[in-house]
Design a protein around this ligand. Structure first.
Ligand code: NOJ
Ligand code: CA
Length: 700
């Protein structure tokens, strides 16, 4: 280099002027991610799949409290490239091994004395990037806004729920990006805690389809010590901007260096099923942090629960009002007689669950305080250790254990988070004492202390802390109303479930809901959706109770055990409803909750999903198909079976006159021998589906 050019190069570096684009390609070469600094020294990235734009040049960076923004005047001080290829074995999962293969590029940036690196990983099925703040003179950063953009290359079709700092319990709306604003209220549903921040705000995982039929999914991975990210759309430019969940003082996050943010991710596929099969979120999380995972186990459970949800019985023991839990004397109280978690009823459920091969029985409403929780916004309602007088915690656990099952603990926190933190050790110790190894927790209502939102940095830390503490005590966690998952179950596999979306307990959701959740909510981790409702007209058995009519057939409900992957699956209905359709209940008894192989055979978001999975512990296969509000026919090819072997397929299908809306409990069960060349054409009613168990026909 001659002297003037050398000088010019030096000047460019020092003033933070634009750099030449740096690109990485996915291992198969189809996906390209490019980073560059603009002429103003602004970090910017873009991405292409097979030459098609999937993210147009998008700016990156942060606004900070009491400090200049980390948005421009950067200079690039280094770049490192590497590649990685491993196959890891999940403790539980859709597959018994997962390939994690990517190329990586880490760009080091400096703005004055402040340092910020950006790390990109390109996979065959998408990419992620995160910000890394190395150790540096600035010890602490307080973020007031994340400015990361995701500029879309067209007016894509989107399946979205409104951006909300406190709830994900919404039905999905399908619209073009440009129509989000005009459809903002289409599926509005009031919630006990709710804060929508923008008419163009949406939640991740966001499912998109481009005009040239690429499927995209925008999400985040490894959400640790940071607020959850929503996306807010500029509908003139079709550019999303990160929208973090604020804390009570309006700032988003405070962290000390060194620090890594969560990953911002884009999954891409040519088929909708590519998105369903992608492991990108899991792969962007750290490997398992627990030395011993032998105590973690997939779990099929029933619950003293649906009867409360539908209003047949109650969580509470009395009708007392306005009392102080600390002084209220339950032994002198007047029970209202509708308490679900009573000794006799719990034993009845234990008998049924044990007789039918379940692992656990959830009992809600076992502990004092339910008279005083909903909407009260009190700091201290539950102590998580004191049973109601009619729930003999020792005797019932002993009885369950004698029958080979465990009880499952329930901690409704009523979002009094500090109260839960104060009681957590004692609550977990009680579980250890009586032999519980799984807890369903919940966060209904506004977070107390006031001003916090469900997805703020403090709350995100609380949920993970509850999981880590539980791991120390060998307890599995299934948290409802907590932040939506981002693949942390890879690192902490005792996080066996979350709700974090609209689940079955919302009585009359539209049938399309279950054809969207696997593309959205489930991309972060398993959902405790609670399938298996058999008695669809709720007012028939719970007069005056909650919910009206489920819009789903029984085969649809069976199929959900296959289409909605979770290592924790509930048979949500009550024993008497299963007894009434005991032949169909056989599928729930049979279906595994851990798999060696999963194949998404065909799908379209909002329309239908068909999946096949092989049991981890046998040669059995299970197939599930669900449809939306349209009846549809599906021809299933059994070509996933082992060639040369024969199997007996038991098909649970909608009866010819079945209808998810008007005749939901009409089904047929048929059996026949199948092999890899076989095919079956199956009719699904609207709101319907089918489920098939496929067992080796003869011993090899
Ligand atoms: C909301 C949960 O999602 C539900 O399953 C639970 O029964 C209630 N909270 C009461 O804790
Ligand atoms: Ca809920």
């Amino acid at each position: 280099m001659n002297a003037p050019i050398k000088l010019l190069a030096l000047a460019l570096i020092l003033t933070g002027c634009g750099t030449k684009p740096e690109t990485i390609s996915s291992p198969d070469g189809n996906l390209e991610v490019t980073f560059e600094l603009t002429d103003q020294g602004q970090p910017s990235y873009s991405a292409k799949y097979k030459g098609k734009d999937i993210v147009l040049p998008s700016l990156m960076g942060f606004d900070l409290k009491d400090a200049p923004s980390l948005t421009d005047n950067f200079r690039q001080t280094g770049i490192e490239r590497s590649s990685f290829n491993e196959t890891w074995v999940p403790v539980w999962g859709e597959n018994d091994s997962i390939v994690n293969n990517y190329t990586q590029m880490t760009v080091s940036l400096e703005q004055g004395k402040r340092k910020m690196d950006i790390e990109f990983r390109a996979f065959d099925d998408g990419f992620g990037f995160r910000y890394i703040f190395p150790e540096q003179p600035t010890k602490t950063f307080t973020v007031t806004d994340e400015l990361t953009q995701m500029a879309m290359a067209g007016d894509h079709m989107a399946w979205w729920i409104p951006g909300d700092y406190d709830t994900q319990e919404y039905e999905y709306t399908k619209s073009r990006l440009s129509e989000i604003r005009s459809h903002a209220d289409d599926n509005f549903m009031p919630n006990a805690s709710q804060y929508r921040f923008s008419p163009t705000g949406v939640q991740t995982a966001l499912m998109l389809r481009t005009n040239d039929s690429l499927y995209l999914n925008l999400h985040e991975a490894a959400l640790v010590d940071f607020p959850a990210m929503h996306l807010d759309l500029n509908d003139s430019t079709l550019t999303f901007k990160a929208a973090l969940t604020p804390g009570p003082d309006g700032t988003m996050a405070t962290f000390s260096t060194p620090f890594k943010t969560p990953w911002r991710t884009v999954t891409v596929g040519e088929k909708a099923t590519d998105i369903l099969a992608s492991n990108l979120t899991l792969n962007l999380n750290d490997p398992c942090a627990l030395d011993d995972t032998s105590w973690i186990h997939p779990t099929k459970y029933m619950g003293v629960w649906w009867e409360m949800i539908t209003g047949v019985s109650s969580w509470s023991y009395t009708n007392a009002e306005n009392f102080d839990l600390a002084t209220f004397d339950y032994s002198k109280a007047n029970p209202h007689g509708r308490h679900g978690a009573n000794n006799e009823n719990v034993r009845r459920y234990i008998d049924f669950a044990a007789d039918n091969g379940f692992d656990q029985l959830l009992v809600e409403g076992w502990n004092i305080g339910w008279e005083d929780w909903f909407g009260k916004e009190k700091d201290f309602v539950f102590d998580f250790v004191t049973p109601y007088p009619d729930f003999d915690i020792k005797a019932l656990n002993d009885y369950a254990h004698s029958k080979g099952i465990k009880l499952m603990m329930h901690h409704e926190t009523s979002s009094a988070v500090d109260n839960y933190d104060r009681h957590m050790d004692g609550a977990y110790d009680l579980m250890n004492r009586y032999g519980y190894d799984a807890v369903k927790s919940g966060y209904v209502g506004n977070i107390i202390p006031k001003g916090e939102h469900h997805y703020s940095q403090k709350q995100v830390n609380h949920y993970l802390n509850a999981v880590k503490k539980a791991a120390d005590k060998h307890i599995m966690v299934n948290a409802h109303e907590a932040v939506r998952p981002t693949g942390l179950c890879r690192t902490y596999p005792n996080l066996v479930g979350n709700e974090s979306a609209m689940g079955q307990e919302f009585g009359d959701m539209s049938p399309q809901h279950c054809t969207i959740l696997p593309f959205t909510r489930l991309k972060g981790g398993p959902m405790d959706f609670t399938p298996g409702i058999f008695r669809m007209k709720i007012t028939d058995f719970a007069p005056g109770g909650q919910g009206s009519q489920k819009r789903a057939t029984i085969p649809n409900q069976l199929a959900l055990y296959v289409t909605m992957y979770s290592p924790l699956q509930m048979a949500a209905d009550m024993p008497e409803h299963y007894k009434a359709h005991y032949d169909a209940f056989q599928f729930i008894k049979d279906v595994p909750v851990d798999w060696s192989k999963s194949i998404y055979l065909d799908a379209e978001p909002g329309e239908f999903i068909v999946a096949a999975r092989k049991d981890k512990n046998s040669d059995e296969w299970y197939v599930g198909g669900v449809t939306d509000e349209n009846a549809r026919q599906y021809t299933l090819h059994y070509n996933f079976l082992t060639p040369g072997k024969t199997y007996e397929a038991t098909i649970y299908a909608d009866a010819p006159d079945a209808d998810g809306f008007t005749n939901p409990e009409a089904y047929t069960i048929s059996k026949h021998i199948v092999s890899t060349e076989s095919q079956d054409t199956i009719d699904m009613a609207r709101g319907g589906g089918f489920a098939i168990s496929i067992k080796p026909a003869e011993k090899d």
